[in-house]
Design a protein. Structure first.
Length: 56
């Protein structure tokens, strides 16, 4: 009977981890799309101008 409680605890932990994964993964996809528009690889000046445009 003790083993059954351990399995239930493991399932509960896995479900909580899965929920956290969804909670964090969905917004991170949107933020990744936003960040890729700001940072221009190989062009530091344009990247800084993009960042300053957001701050102002």
């Amino acid at each position: 009977m003790d083993n059954l409680n351990g399995i239930n605890e493991s399932r509960k932990t896995a479900r909580i981890a899965g929920l956290w994964y969804l909670v964090l993964a969905i917004p991170s996809a949107f933020s990744w799309m936003y960040i890729t528009k700001i940072f221009i690889p190989g062009d530091a000046v344009l990247t800084v101008q993009n960042i300053l445009a957001i701050i102002r």
